[in-house]
Design a protein around this ligand. Structure first.
Ligand code: ATP
Ligand code: PRP
Ligand code: NIO
Length: 488
């Protein structure tokens, strides 16, 4: 069976159950009823104090391309699971709803909507899987990247993960997410072409192995390149790699730009200190020491504590696979739905686990800052039409522990969910990637350090407005009353 179709589309990039539900909605005359779904995650990834939102660009292109092709319809027909009339309807399907989303690079927190679909039920259901797929991964990687960035400080940070990524798409979009989260460049050339991310790299052990010795390999590389970083650990870093790199750099003089050497094994702290001494003694004080080898934020922090003399960090596997937490766990839940009389009814998913009870109603998230110092005070989740920015003072309380509360006076409230699609039309200008990266950094700077530390950060407040809280309690009670009167 071929996996290539000339008219392949992304419309079938969905779980079969979405299409099954769509057929039910369509046949029962519910397809066009208005529904609001919200996407959120329950726990902060990596135990981090914040997450960095990424994935919107791909969401936009997914929605814009969302059309069933002839071979999609033929395939669905072949499965025997769908009615012919429904499939004919799908042939002309278009997403006609609205999407409000966090913009890329902005900070997001657990238990608040980070993207919202307000659309005819049939379309809102179809897009669930792809939206989760895109945002779960990209937000996870952008967050991991931000954690790594937080320990390297201003040192250049290179993304080397493509070869270890979970397949090609993950490498490309993971690289972009890493750039948003704070990486400076990537080894992935296609990501450079597609997104304008600076590309950067050194050379592999294969080059040295083909010449069978460091000197000939470095010399050959130097004769064929201006910018040179030599990988010095193929045979013996201190006895052969570094001395030969220095020898070639001296011989080539101004003909090359000797940028430094890369270490990829051994005790990076010890070796880097010796390498630094050797480069300095030889007069190459500006040459940089690059390090790679299964690095992540913990190892880098540890190497910094050991005063390793590393100037440039290359990080692959542990970033691109989100090694210590491979899933963000974001979910997509119905929060409001139009009844048969055209009335919007807020809906809830009850759980015995209190943190899993969804918050009903179409909502907005407001980032509250103190105007006196510009610092972020917390997020305030309201029902969609509330206007907290018009209030004189804002009473914020923890929805699980209501005795934890504060009243703010001199505050600003910024709406996090921005209109991206309105009635199927794109209304948002996607920013340049560098703008996104800068935006992210600016907003991270506004966060107190207590939320940014790597280990056991303070829990950032995500509070519900009184109206939103009361609405949730009312609906929990309605559901309880309904269940209690059932008799079987
Ligand atoms: N000084 C150090 N402190 C803490 N961790 C270190 C230090 N030096 C290296 N590491 C890390 O320890 C791990 C060592 O990896 P590993 O056991 O594979 O050794 P290696 O030297 O890379 O061997 P190989 O030659 O097989 O690549 C890597 O993740 C590396 O980043
Ligand atoms: O360790 P990571 O964080 O995943 O970074 C990427 C790794 O990929 C390369 O190794 P590989 O052994 O694949 O090839 P090489 O011959 O260039 O070392 C490189 O040398 C890094 O060690
Ligand atoms: O350019 C490099 O040094 C590089 C690229 C990919 C993976 N590891 C290293």
């Amino acid at each position: 069976m071929s996996y290539r179709f000339p008219d392949d589309s992304i419309a079938l990039h969905t779980d079969a159950y979405e299409l099954s539900m769509m057929q039910t909605y369509w046949q029962k005359g519910m397809a066009q009823r208005r529904s609001v779904f919200e996407l959120y995650f329950r726990n902060m990834p990596f135990g981090n104090g914040y997450a960095v939102f990424a994935g919107l660009q791909r969401v936009v292109s997914y929605i814009q391309q969302l059309k069933f092709s002839d071979s999609d319809i033929d395939y669905l027909k072949q499965t025997g699971q769908f009615d012919a009339d429904f499939l004919e309807y799908l042939r002309d399907f278009k997403f006609t709803g609205s999407i409000n989303s966090t913009v890329e690079g902005d900070l997001v927190f657990n238990n608040e909507p980070i993207l919202q679909v307000d659309a005819p039920l049939i379309g809102a259901q179809l897009v669930e899987t792809a939206l989760l797929n895109i945002i779960n991964y990209q937000t996870l990687i952008a967050t991991k990247a931000a954690r790594i960035k937080s320990v390297v400080g201003d040192d250049p940070l290179l993304e080397f993960g493509t070869r270890r990524a979970q397949e090609m798409d993950a490498a490309i979009w993971g690289t972009r997410a890493a750039y948003i989260g704070g990486f400076d460049a990537t080894s992935n050339v296609r990501a450079g072409k597609l997104f304008g991310i600076p590309i950067s790299g050194t050379h592999a052990h294969a080059l040295v192995q083909t010449y069978m010795n460091d000197y000939d390999a470095f010399k050959a590389y130097a004769e064929t390149h201006k910018d040179c970083v030599f990988l010095v650990d193929t045979f013996d870093t201190l006895k052969s790699g570094v001395p030969n790199a220095i020898r070639v750099a001296k011989e080539m003089g101004d003909k090359i730009n000797f940028q430094g050497v890369r270490i990829d094994s051994g005790d990076i702290a010890y070796i880097s200190k010796r390498v630094r001494e050797m480069l300095d003694e030889a007069g190459f004080k500006d040459a940089k020491v690059y390090a790679s080898n299964d690095l992540d934020e913990k190892t880098i922090m540890n190497l910094k504590m050991q005063k390793a003399k590393i100037d440039v960090w290359g990080v692959g596997t542990k970033l691109i696979t989100a090694f210590d937490q491979p899933a963000l766990g974001a979910v997509y839940k119905l929060v409001s739905f139009e009844d048969e009389h055209g009335q919007m009814i807020d809906s809830i998913k009850i759980s015995s686990n209190v943190t899993k009870v969804s918050t009903p109603g179409k909502k907005q998230v407001w980032r509250i800052t103190d105007q006196s110092d510009g610092k972020t005070e917390g997020d305030y989740v309201t029902l969609w039409d509330e206007k907290p920015q018009d209030k004189e003072s804002l009473y914020m309380f923890n929805p699980d522990y209501t005795y934890i509360n504060k009243t703010l006076h001199n505050f600003a409230a910024r709406p996090i969910l921005q209109p991206i699609f309105t009635n199927g039309k794109l209304v948002y200008d996607l920013p340049e990637l560098d703008e996104i990266k800068l935006f992210s950094k600016r907003h991270l700077d506004m966060l107190w350090d207590e939320y940014k530390r790597d280990l056991n950060p303070q829990v950032y407040p995500v509070d519900l407005s009184q109206e939103c809280f009361d609405n949730k309690m009312k609906i929990i009670k309605q559901v309880r009353d309904y269940v209690n009167q059932l008799k079987f």
